[in-house]
Design a protein around this ligand. Structure first.
Ligand code: FBP
Length: 262
């Protein structure tokens, strides 16, 4: 397992990945609340906030915008992804190679694995190639560990989330990004099952400042390494305010009250 503590992906072993692949995964609907968030330039600016350890984007966004931000932003290449336009069993296309991602300037790679989908076997085989190539380039690998599909009855159950984190670890991920299982105790179990793989929380749909920060605090208190978050940042009118609060909760291990008052 590759240690990621010294990589650009994390700071002091903690991380805050700003995810911005929603235009592909969900479509323009995610930009409706804050129309300026459709402009990748605005999100690259947000990613220069010191709390953000890397920005996760798809190939087209990286090609067009990353050249202007190489000095200020660490890039995570989200190498697979798919749209909401089609119907069928969960799957995700590999859209760029690790070699090309490194050419574009990426420091790390991200891959969605839908454990439980009828396409799980093919996805795991695709991941083998991604993971081994990333090792050759010394790039940390983050798995979006999303158990979904016909084999999964309840993707919010702690045991299901723990299985997804374990699967990511067994396949060689450095970081498993999982849905919040609902409590600090549940998260502790997920983290235990992930062994040496760091566990981070997936942000989810937009919530109140306090509710969102309480879940992040529970993850940190459980021993989690941070979060990968999109909508709870770019769907806010003032992303800097919530990033300042996240800096407190994740990196300073402050209470939510302290973070909100800062
Ligand atoms: P959010 O914080 O907005 O949930 O972003 C994290 C993320 O994994 C994105 O990378 C991705 O586009 C989105 O969530 C997928 O959301 P879902 O599949 O849960 O609708």
């Amino acid at each position: 397992m590759r240690p990621i503590d010294d990589s650009p992906l994390s700071r002091d072993g903690k991380m805050l990945i700003l995810a911005y692949d929603h235009g592909l995964e969900h479509g323009p609907v995610d930009f409706e609340d804050v129309p300026e968030s459709a402009d990748p330039e605005r999100v690259f600016e947000v990613a220069t906030h010191p709390a953000v350890t890397s920005l996760a984007v798809q190939k087209g966004v990286a090609e067009a915008y990353y050249p202007s931000y190489k000095e200020e932003v660490d890039l995570l290449a989200k190498v697979n992804g798919t749209s909401n336009l089609w119907m069928g069993e969960y799957d995700s296309a590999v859209n760029w190679s690790v070699d090309y991602a490194e050419d574009v300037g990426a420091d790390s790679v991200g891959f969605t694995l839908y454990g439980g989908s009828n396409h799980e076997v093919e996805m795991a085989e695709e991941f083998r190639d991604i993971q081994e190539t990333a090792r050759q380039h010394d790039m940390p690998v983050v798995v979006w560990a999303y158990p979904r599909g016909q084999g999964v009855k309840n993707d919010t159950k702690t045991d299901t989330i723990a299985y997804a984190a374990r699967q990511a670890m067994e396949l060689g991920a450095d970081v498993a990004k999982v849905k919040y299982p609902g409590s600090k105790e549940a998260m502790e179990h997920v983290i235990e099952m992930a062994g040496p793989t760091k566990v981070i929380m997936s942000g989810g749909s937009k919530r109140s400042d306090r509710e969102f920060l309480e879940s992040v605090k529970a993850v940190i208190d459980a021993g989690g390494a941070g979060l990968a978050v999109g909508r709870n940042i770019f769907q806010r009118e003032n992303p800097e305010y919530i990033l300042d609060a996240l800096e407190e909760v994740i990196f300073e291990e402050s209470s939510v009250d302290t973070a909100l008052a800062a």
